[in-house]
Design a protein around this ligand. Sequence first.
Ligand code: EPU
Length: 425
Amino acid sequence: MDVFRIEGPVRLSGRVAVNGSKNAALPIMAAAILAEGRSSLAGVPRLSDVRVFGDLLQTLGCRVERDADGRLEIDATVIDNPVGDYEIVRKMRASVCILGPLLARYGRAEVSMPGGCAIGDRPINLHVRGLQELGATIHLKNGYVIAEAPDGLRGASIFLGGSFGSTVLGTANIMMAATLAKGRTVIESAACEPEISDLANCLNEMGARISGIGSPRLAIEGVPRLHPVRYEVIPDRIEAGTFMVAAAITRGELKLVNCRLDDMMAVVDKLRSVGVAVEPDESGCTVAGAEHIRPTDVTTQPYPGFPTDLQAQLMALLALAEGNSVVIEKIFPDRFMHVAELNRMAADLRKEGPAVIVAGVKNLVAAPVMASDLRASAALVLAGMAAEGTTIINRVYHIDRGYERIEERLNPLGAKIYREDTPAP
Ligand code: EPU
């Protein structure tokens, strides 16, 4: 199993290009199911989650391959096995977003019920309720969600808000299903994340009729069929934010290209408020760290608020601030697996329910630590680059799910991150 050995501290400098967005690419790959024929997607990152999702689409009957230019080609001419198998779904929760498109195209879908994961329980009640309102019958059998709509789906008005706000993949699922439903669907309290807007834009390119894109009220006029698409997914705002914190935590300076600052206003605002300089330019921005980081309070929220997917990375930076910060997690209240690991690196973090009190320390100190989920592992890589000594991060497969060969991206900028293979215990 691979581990990272990270030598620190380092100061990063240089230019880095942000990859296409994982969380936009996965639902857009699912959208390819909606149209017979071959869709071609650019900007799909080479991540283990993308490979797993490709495997899932192949089990349904699709053909999935990269062309010579690196585009992802998905041929969904044949869908003959509308089943999301437990062995694949358990590896990746995003698999649940095949439910809506399969039901719309095939009239039936069986998808293993996703379990909890390191960041919390992650129910799918809102996905199920939305599909039921579109006329599907749904029951649970042997751990599988079985959804049926033999006579097709019909448009409806659906409120998709839950106790923790809107749902990103729930909105994706219902929006995709509604594109082929008879009549008009309105989704209230739809997720407004840029990844949902990207999916909606892609669906419209496929012939869907979606309006209200980017707002919490999406209206979808059903059409009889969609056609395959050539599309390019947006840059990854979470990867961009991780690079921004990398510049800040190493007191370095990075130029980010292929970065849409307009999607990241809450992040940019928070980084500026602690003393990090973010200067926009034509292709992205330049981010420069400060010698002194100011403390701050931050609450994660649905877009356009501060994203939960950058909470762990920001916490690593605040661990080095000159004073006390408070981090409140409003999306996944248990998403704090990084807290104990950062404390092993001499951070001073105290968890109080869905909040963490961060008492800034002068230095982080290297230690062996355990990656627990994707973003928590990113926080440990950031901390490792700032800490004095050799940090060992175990279970780096978590980070490979969402960052493409991160060591090969950061080492040319001055990082010293070495991937090493250790025999399984
Ligand atoms: N929720 C419900 N019922 C539902 C669905 C969600 O109560 O049916 C709750 C969740 O438990 C959570 C909140 O609603 O408290 C928001 O969850 P959401 O459904 O928006 O999360 P998701 O769609 O499963 C996506 C991203 C996550 C990201 C969240 C929040 C993908 C593939 N995943 O998950 O990304 O954290 O939105 O922005 O798009 C990551 O990339 O590391 C990651 C975990």
